[in-house]
Design a protein around this ligand. Structure first.
Ligand SMILES: CC(C)(COP(=O)(O)OP(=O)(O)OC[C@H]1O[C@@H](n2cnc3c(N)ncnc32)[C@H](O)[C@@H]1OP(=O)(O)O)[C@@H](O)C(=O)NCCC(=O)NCCS
Length: 334
């Protein structure tokens, strides 16, 4: 479900410190948020009018998120292209709250059962939450998850008063690419290459198996949606997606966003269960560091579930990543 190494280079720009998810330049047509055939028409509540998000709302919604980020974190960690991508993911329901003729709030519900709520006032956020919760029940979801910076008192307070429980933390980490970069040592028989278009399905399947193997709340995305989210934008650079094979079979991969303003980002890294503990994860990251350094990248970021039981946090620490920000994951059983 939630960010495993999630995020985007774009959202990391303003500080050494960006929340999820995760750039401008979306290529090709992707389904509109309403294409899922879900609840049509308007939702109404006693305090505010809630309606479906429409394209013309985009600027005001971005402004809301940007303002919140500056107020809560001291600088904006929002990025327009990334917001566009998130809203365009197939299966995303997106709503706005109207107040005094302006958009007073926005909420989104993804097929991964994660919600995002941002509002100028508590009444709007409550009304939006009521709407997304009702929609989640209609869609047959069994739980909801929400990511909040602990500094975001308004969002944490919404989570508390609507029955969410604090589940775990996501840490954001950075690795500065200074000094000599270690040369990767590949386990015997393992070979590395970059991604091609033909690899989409097997890479997606490897990620799903690895995440579902430990994350009880992991919700796999449909392949079309995953591919669009991962590849149909400017942050996709196949030369920075590394695949490890043994005897022609895919046994690991690390997927990295394109270098942006001298920063890189580890989007996903997984090693097949039977291949773990042989240094492949470390070698993949070291390989990526060198590729990024050749492109002039000065530091590489990622996000990790601090309680990842497969040793991801330890892997990152052992190759030099340092934590600079923490996010709380709240969940609610429906
Ligand atoms: C996390 C993952 C990629 C590690 O891959 P790996 O190839 O097994 O890791 P390596 O063998 O290169 O380990 C390198 C270092 O990481 C740490 N590490 C790796 N697995 C660990 C574990 N289970 N417990 C504690 N530390 C661990 C160790 O410090 C290890 O060094 P050491 O072997 O010298 O002690 C792999 O377990 C995986 O695919 N997990 C599921 C997918 C996932 O959650 N990915 C992370 C997304 S953020």
């Amino acid at each position: 479900m939630l960010s495993h190494c999630d995020g985007t280079v774009g959202t990391q720009l303003s500080t050494p410190s960006g929340i999820r998810t995760r750039a401008t330049g979306v290529k090709g047509r992707r389904p509109r948020p309403l294409d899922d055939g879900g609840a049509g028409g308007e939702y109404r509540c006693p305090v505010h009018e809630i309606r479906r998000f429409a394209d013309d709302d985009f600027d005001q919604v971005f402004e809301l998120l940007d303002t919140r980020s500056r107020a809560v974190l001291g600088s904006s960690e929002e990025e327009r292209g990334y917001l566009r991508r998130r809203l365009d993911v197939p299966g995303t329901d997106s709503f706005v709250a109207l107040g005094s003729g302006r958009i007073a709030g926005h909420a989104a519900l993804g097929e991964d059962q994660e919600i995002a709520v941002c509002a100028a006032d508590a009444r709007s956020s409550d009304a939006l939450f009521e709407t997304v919760e009702a929609r989640a029940r209609e869609r047959g979801f069994d739980h909801l998850a929400l990511t909040a910076a602990p500094e975001d008192e308004a969002l944490c307070s919404l989570a508390r008063r609507t029955g969410f429980v604090l589940d775990r933390e996501i840490w954001r980490m950075w690795r500065t690419l200074d000094g000599e970069l270690a040369e990767p040592r590949w386990a015997d028989g393992a070979t590395v290459r970059t991604y091609t278009d033909d690899d989409g399905e097997q890479v997606h399947a490897l990620l799903d198996a690895a995440y579902a193997g430990w994350d009880r709340d992991y919700v796999a995305r449909g392949h079309e949606g995953w591919l669009a989210f991962m590849t149909q934008h400017d942050e996709f650079d196949p030369a920075l997606w590394f695949l490890v094979e043994r005897d022609g079979a895919l046994v690991g991969c690390s997927l990295h966003w394109a270098a942006h303003q001298n920063r890189g980002w580890v989007k996903d890294i997984v090693v097949a269960e039977g291949e773990r503990g042989r240094g492949l994860g470390r070698a993949l990251l070291q390989h990526a560091f060198r590729a990024y350094a050749e492109r002039g990248v000065e530091r590489v970021g990622l996000k990790v579930d601090s309680s990842n039981p497969t040793g991801a946090r330890q892997l990152y620490e052992c190759v030099g990543f340092v934590t600079d920000r923490r996010y709380e994951i709240w969940t609610k059983t429906l």
